[in-house]
Design a protein around this ligand. Structure first.
Ligand code: ARG
Length: 454
């Protein structure tokens, strides 16, 4: 391509080292789409003729069709996808093909292609997250009366429903959707026409290209247009947070599936056995999602570090953006695709959850509230209930089993109705505060998520 300036060919190892076709070939459709928009603008502005444009569009469309159908294989000896498409075009339509790169550089071209590619992928990712969040909401609705212990510090804390716990994840996922949409909105500006860095002397119409490609506007500074990779970083940050959510969810599913908990059982189709221990059923999918979270963080950090010392404008270091962002896109898509059916088919062991909720004195707060509602200052009630819990531990019983006489040794305020007040069912059904664990509150959360995401 630049043989004019050089006397020797690039060393073959250096050539491989320099090339990005192995990973950027996936943007062929976006590259062609961008080129068609660019050529249309060149023709409208009188920079190329209408007949040049017709030839270019024909050529590019036939390349697209042939790649899609498998008739044309992308040549891995090309430096990158931009060079490949341009040289293939010239092969097909001759010298007119050489006019396509007028008033454009690979620097603005690659910046455009990545944005177009990510815009498409983000649509897919948002749909997958929505599907997962709605699946979680369905599961939550099915389990809105299933009582389990809620935890803090991984110690049994207060009774909740499994539906309530699940809806916490649905909320996280709905924020992930909105975070990705925000990032896409900021990304949706066209860098094309920035050219190498300084703009161009041709009478181009950048806004026409932007409009043709459904951007909301153009990058207002050409140097920024070719140097900016904020959109990759923003998306990878959003993906990292999403993966952190999936990883926490995975961690809980792994714990809940253990013999120590036995709160859920994953379907056979989403678990594996052991090569030596015949009894094993391992939560490999959830573990892999948890593991791949680190990889997505790594992609974000790799690009942040690659960019931090770069002078403006384009530097070849920036070619490293693509492997990082593509890897995180692929990983997020894979994880979401396996997670959704894994959750959908997960069996809930309500009896075990209930049994766990009966231990651990998780109705102690409600017992203190009982005294406080009868006029005792909460701090004093808290202290008395602490003493009662200690007594129960030494007598090896739970709060529901201690006799009224023994209760009244601690306070005259205790009456027969205390037992009803501290039953697990009451503890749950009385937590009607918005966002709380009662059936009505969880139903409202489910309705909110369905409305938000549909
Ligand atoms: N393959 C290159 C990349 O991905 C395209 C841009 C090349 N620009 C350049 N001035 N060498 O970044």
């Amino acid at each position: 391509m630049w043989s004019g300036r050089f006397l020797k060919e690039l060393d073959s190892f250096a050539d491989d080292f320099n090339s990005s076709i192995h990973f950027d070939s996936r943007m062929y459709a976006q590259d062609i789409k961008g080129s068609i928009a660019h050529a249309s603008m060149l023709a409208k502005q009188g920079i190329i003729t209408e007949s040049d444009l017709a030839e270019i569009i024909d050529g590019l469309t036939s390349i697209l069709d042939d790649i899609n159908s498998g008739k044309l294989e992308i040549d891995m000896a090309a430096e990158d996808i931009h060079m490949f498409v341009e040289s293939e075009l010239t092969k097909r339509i001759g010298d007119t093909g050489k006019k396509l790169h007028t008033a454009r550089s690979r620097n603005d071209q690659v910046a455009l292609d990545i944005r177009l590619y990510l815009r498409d992928k983000c649509e897919e990712i948002v749909e997958l997250i929505k599907e997962l969040a709605l699946t979680v909401a369905d599961k939550a609705e099915e389990n809105k009366t299933v009582i389990m212990p809620g935890y803090t510090h991984l110690q049994r804390a207060q009774p909740i429903t499994f539906g309530h716990q699940l809806m916490a994840y649905a909320m996280m996922l709905s924020r992930d959707v909105s975070r990705i949409k925000d990032a896409v909105a900021r990304m949706n500006y066209s860098p094309l026409g920035s050219c190498a860095l300084a703009g161009t002397t041709y009478n181009t119409d950048r806004r026409m290209v932007a409009e043709k490609l459904s951007f909301d506007g153009i990058c207002m500074n050409s140097i920024d247009g070719v140097s900016d990779r904020d959109f990759c970083l923003e998306l990878m940050s959003a993906f990292s947070i999403l993966m952190m959510h999936l990883s926490r969810f995975s961690e809980e599913i792994i714990l809940w599936s253990s013999w120590e908990f036995k709160f859920v059982e994953l379907d056979d189709s989403y678990t594996t056995g052991s090569s030596i221990m015949p009894q094993k059923k391992n939560s490999d999918m959830a573990e892999l999602v948890r593991g791949k979270t680190g990889r997505v963080y790594g992609d974000l950090i790799a690009l942040l570090v690659a960019l931090k010392g770069l002078p403006l404008a384009y530097n070849k270091d920036m070619q490293e953006d693509k492997e990082a962002i593509f890897d995180s896109v692929d990983t997020v898509i894979m994880c979401l695709k396996v997670f959704c059916p894994m959750v959908r088919t997960m069996k809930v062991k309500a009896d075990n959850m209930y049994r766990a909720a009966q231990g651990g004195f998780i109705n102690a707060t409600d017992l203190a509230d009982y005294l406080a509602k009868k006029g005792m200052p909460f701090r004093s009630a808290y202290k008395i209930v602490g003493q009662i819990v200690a007594q129960c531990i030494s007598e090896n019983c739970v709060l529901d089993e201690l006799s009224l006489d023994k209760y009244r040794e601690h306070s005259e305020l205790f009456e027969e109705d205390l037992y009803g007040e501290i039953s697990l069912e009451t503890c749950v059904s009385k937590r009607i505060s918005e966002g709380g664990t009662s059936v009505e509150s969880v139903e409202a959360q489910v309705a909110y998520i369905r409305n938000e995401l549909n």
